[in-house]
Ligand binder design. Structure first.
Ligand SMILES: *[C@@H]1O[C@H](CO)[C@@H](O)[C@H](O)[C@H]1NC(C)=O
Ligand SMILES: *[C@@H]1O[C@H](CO)[C@@H](O)[C@H](O)[C@H]1NC(C)=O
Ligand SMILES: *[C@@H]1O[C@H](CO)[C@@H](O)[C@H](O)[C@H]1NC(C)=O
Ligand SMILES: [Zn+2]
Length: 331
């Protein structure tokens, strides 16, 4: 009894009583996360406080270090089904406050576009695609290749056909398959992006959505089909909270080109914020690379990357510089 009373009077106990309401408030605000461009206090470094998954062992994105990849001869061509025709129905463009995404599935049906083969354990059905981008001044891809970040990244999210919802699939390391495409800037516009770009003004604010003018062949958005046999593969996570480690990642070696003006339309038009809030432009909505830890990254059968080839190049460069140095000595 006495011991209990003493404890009750201990300062630590009062501290507990005082901090309790604060903790309650944090718990009810759980799920609030953002990018550093909105507020560093809820940016990617703090996501593990929102959900402990985000501090896990198999997080995405990662830096794809081509000198440490393992070539896997079983990673052959991906079988794309339905990517080569505009499906019936409507695709909905939405601003979810973190990205702009296109919902590919109808009210009840999915399965208009599938991927399989290429080491995937099942058929995976396309659900939605979305983008991560930087700013007019800086790059905004999530994956980096040999430490290099790219201006933008497209993610096409697919659901393992044995599941009926993302909620079910996120409990399985093979629940989702995401295709990641990096962008490079070209002089010319990429007209295949016009339908999406035209819809951006209708999803300028968080919570906005609009039906796109038409569906289209999904492969129009991508590098040409024969280039899609060159990719990197690893086991990872969703790149936003709750960071579930349920994703088979495929990131392609070949990039999609887009003009500077087209990329700027994303930054100029879309906002992180809803109508009632002070407007904040949506930019730099990417998570930086996460530690690889114990994972391996595989290069597909047809990737052109070769570690020893790149060593040769640097040896040649060395010789060349040596030669150049000697020539200068002679001059
Ligand atoms: C996609 O896969 C589902 C389930 O396996 C199948 O019912 C559907 O016909 C496939 N779609 C295409 C375009 O092949
Ligand atoms: C999209 O925005 C444009 C320009 O603001 C407007 O004219 C058009 O009606 C909007 N479309 C839809 C479907 O809301
Ligand atoms: C690069 O080539 C060497 C020799 O042909 C081979 O042993 C190695 O596995 C290759 N590496 C990759 C990543 O393809
Ligand atoms: Zn993404």
């Amino acid at each position: 009894m006495l011991l209990t009373w003493d404890r009750m009077r201990a300062p630590g106990c009062f501290l507990t009583l005082i901090t309790f309401p604060v903790m309650l408030r944090q718990a009810s605000g759980a799920g609030k996360w953002c990018y550093d461009s909105q507020d560093v206090s809820c940016g990617p470094a703090h996501w593990k406080d929102v959900n402990h998954n985000c501090g896990g062992e198999n997080q995405s994105p990662i830096n794809l270090d081509r000198t440490r990849m393992h070539r896997n001869q079983n990673l052959g061509n991906i079988i794309f089904q339905g990517y080569d025709r505009a499906p019936p129905g409507m695709w909905r463009l939405m601003n979810n406050g973190h990205s702009v995404l296109v919902r590919l599935e109808g009210e009840t049906v999915i399965g208009n576009m599938n991927i399989s083969g290429a080491g995937l354990p099942n058929t995976f059905q396309a659900l939605q695609f979305h983008f991560h981008w930087g700013s007019p001044m800086s790059d905004g891809s999530e994956h980096t290749v040999d430490g290099k970040q790219y201006p933008m990244e497209l993610h096409i999210v697919h659901l393992n056909a044995k599941y009926r919802s993302v909620a079910e699939a996120t409990k399985d390391p093979n629940g989702l398959a995401v295709l990641g495409f990096l962008f490079t800037i070209a002089e010319a516009d990429n007209p295949n992006y016009n339908t999406i770009l035209a819809g951006l003004k209708n999803v300028s604010l968080k919570g906005n959505s609009v039906d796109l003018a038409s569906t289209f062949r999904l492969d129009n958005l991508l590098p040409s089909m024969e280039k899609l046999s060159r990719y990197y593969r690893y086991q990872g996570s969703l790149t936003t909270p709750d960071c579930e480690e349920a994703v088979i990642w495929t990131v392609f070696e070949d990039t999609i080109s887009i003009s500077h003006a087209q990329l700027n339309e994303f930054v100029d038009t879309v906002h992180f914020t809803a109508i009632s809030e002070t407007p904040v432009k949506m930019k730099n909505n990417f998570r930086p690379p996460q530690p690889l830890k114990n994972r391996k990254v595989y290069a597909s059968k047809y990737t052109m990357i070769n570690h020893s080839a790149s060593v040769h190049v640097s040896q040649f460069t060395f010789l060349f510089l040596l030669l150049l140095g000697q020539m200068q000595l002679h001059l």
